[in-house]
Write a protein that binds this ligand. Structure first.
Ligand code: SF4
Length: 353
């Protein structure tokens, strides 16, 4: 009736179904569409990305990196819906990392625990305290607020892998969205980080390692993830109390400015990142295994072991930066950092991939 009345009055109609009144302007395309078509197109695009990139095989066990924030909460919800609707045949799990940040992670973990019940997905929580013997609160007390995210990002990457191994999953999926990926392309260019630039747009990484990681939201805009739940999904939206990160914040603002002028800019930056070709003469770090813990590393010791050794010896700056640290003490001609070079992580709104 409403649609017929709108048609009769010559009012604007949803540009997809051409039947209902539009409820929003779609951030990715600026189309005026109704709420029902927005849900459908948002979910269908993610399904198409999953199918076209063959992200999963029937029967696989999949861990969803879950922080309680909007991206991972929407990912958990949408993936369980698509799994049911399209019979992917996946066993889904939630995997969370407790960094030990009072007033931030303890609260967001409560959200994940509610999600466990709401979506019926088993939850595994791994903590820095049990894996490394340190919480982020203790680390910040020792090192202050300057390099805290270096420790946190490196430890989290390993913690997710260790949690995924405990769950015996085949793959780990994360909620990195299109804005995150465009931001990381820019940051890797600004930092001259060729190794990361060459892989940061890959939808699946770590295929040669024990547990590959996938990003089903690779082409999903952050603004659409924000409006997708409207008000019915339960997620946590406070920033980490230790978040500094001015450099990444600058890249983020720049991307948002570009998006305001031209929404396609995000997809175009990702496309540019995908099309970069690394010259054959560029020396890339060779992957091996940490002699201490066995984790993937291009140096004798992985970054987490170096950082941990520094903490335990009361020399927390040992593993910080490119020119200092245990690996330099032990192996002076290895200059590049390992594959886990410090970057902040997606779980706090920034990322590491
Ligand atoms: Fe860790 Fe992120 Fe907080 Fe930094 S901002 S301490 S990486 S949770």
């Amino acid at each position: 009736m409403a649609a017929a009345a709108a048609k009769l009055k010559g009012g604007r109609l949803c540009s997809i179904c051409n039947d209902r009144r539009p409820a929003l302007k779609r951030p990715k395309t600026l189309e005026q569409i109704c709420r029902e078509c927005f849900y459908a197109v948002f979910e269908d695009e993610i399904h198409n990305v999953i199918v076209e990139n063959q992200l999963f095989k029937p029967g696989e066990r999949i861990a969803i990196g879950a922080s309680g924030g909007k991206d991972s909460t929407v990912l958990a919800y949408v993936l369980s819906e698509l799994n049911r609707r399209h019979n992917y045949g996946l066993d889904l799990f939630l995997l969370s990392v407790d960094e030990g940040i009072t007033g931030y992670r303890d609260d967001s973990l409560e959200t994940v625990k509610r999600n466990e019940i709401q979506y019926g997905l088993p939850l595994k929580v791994v903590s820095y305290k049990e894996l490394y013997g340190w919480t982020m609160d203790e680390i910040v007390k020792l090192i202050g607020l300057k390099n805290n995210c270096t420790f946190c990002g490196v430890f989290r990457r390993q913690a997710l892998d260790r949690g995924a191994a405990l769950l015996k999953v085949d793959k780990l999926v994360t909620g990195h969205n299109a804005d995150d990926i465009a931001e990381t392309v820019l940051l890797n260019i600004l930092r001259g980080d060729i190794a990361r630039l060459s892989r940061c747009t890959s939808i699946t990484t770590g295929e040669d390692g024990p547990i590959p990681r996938c990003k089903p939201f690779k082409y999903t805009y952050e603004k659409e993830i924000v409006i997708y739940p409207f008000c019915w999904l339960d997620y946590f939206s406070t920033e980490c109390i230790y978040s500094p990160n001015a450099y990444r914040g600058f890249a983020r603002e720049f991307i948002k400015d570009l998006e305001r002028m031209r929404p396609r800019a995000i997809l175009d930056i990702i496309k540019s990142g995908e099309d970069f070709r690394i010259s054959a003469s560029t020396k890339m770090p060779e992957q091996g295994n940490c002699e201490r813990c066995g984790y993937i590393s291009s140096q004798k010791w992985c970054k987490a072991c170096v950082l941990l050794e520094g903490l335990n010896r009361g020399l927390p700056k040992l593993g910080i930066g490119r020119s200092r640290g245990l690996n330099n003490e032990q192996n002076k001609d290895m200059k590049q950092t390992d594959g886990t070079k410090s970057m902040q992580s997606k779980q706090c709104g920034t990322l590491d991939f």
